[in-house]
Write a protein that binds this ligand. Structure first.
Ligand code: SAH
Length: 226
């Protein structure tokens, strides 16, 4: 899978995209992630990417021309399944959407900044608008990292132990059961006996019960959604 991220602050993306699973997925060829600096698509000496809003409000707005040039260039090189804009008024991101995106071949993520982007970009160039939650960030870069991370880790083969991604929270609309590691007792606090029993059928049943109970207590809305 290929992800192209368009931003005015490429530095913000460097570390999250180049460590841990995202790094390994790129090294093993499961994912390609490219960051494009919007200033490279400007045509003035000052490399201007923003301008004052019509109507005279406070704040700056991202200009349409550099975004158009960048998206058109990428589109001339390959087909894109989705051109995403990160936005607090988009659909709320969740595991279902991550699963859907992970099946795609090529996606673009445009990160907004300042007051946002010229609305014509959203009307004419964007195919999907995604919010990572009901709060406002300074820019879309952190949201793009959240999307890239959650999508890449479920590409088959990207995580060494594939079963691990499938037993995460929200796969199946259930929260994950608790996990423990050695020592079996610390400070008098014991790991649940069943996990030490070696009886895998019992262990699986216990994990299912725990997942269901935790979901019912902490996120009953997930069970109602099923
Ligand atoms: N004035 C805008 C907010 C601009 S914040 C409004 O009220 O809607 C600047 C940029 O940060 C946005 O264009 C968007 O790309 C990004 N952003 C902010 N909050 C976000 C969120 N919750 N999810 C995804 N992107 C977000």
């Amino acid at each position: 899978m290929r992800i192209d991220i368009i931003t005015v602050v490429p530095e913000l993306l460097a570390s999250p995209l180049n460590e841990s699973i995202l790094k390994r997925a790129q090294e093993s060829g499961h994912a390609e992630i490219y960051v494009h600096n919007l200033r490279d698509y400007t045509d003035d000496k000052r490399r201007t990417v923003d301008d004052y809003p019509f109507g005279g409000e406070a704040g700056m707005v991202m200009k349409i021309e550099p975004v158009y040039r960048c998206i058109e260039k990428l589109k001339s090189e390959r087909d894109y399944d989705e051109i995403i804009f990160t936005s607090p008024d988009g659909i709320t991101y969740n595991q279902h959407e991550a699963n859907r995106l992970s099946l795609m071949k090529n996606i673009i993520i445009l990160c907004g900044h300042y007051k946002g982007v010229d609305y014509r970009i959203r009307e004419h160039l964007i195919t999907r608008e995604i919010s990572i939650g009901d709060y406002v960030l300074t820019g879309g870069e952190l949201a793009a990292c959240v999307i890239a991370d959650s999508v890449v880790r479920i590409i088959p083969g990207a995580i060494g132990d594939e079963a691990s991604a499938l037993t995460d929270c929200f796969q199946d609309n259930l929260l994950a059961p608790p996990v423990y590691t050695r020592p079996a007792e610390f400070n008098g606090w014991r790991v649940p006996e069943v996990l030490l029993s070696g009886n895998f059928a019992e262990i699986e049943r216990w994990q299912e019960e725990q997942a269901f109970e935790r979901t019912q207590t902490l996120r009953p809305d997930l069970i109602a959604d099923k």
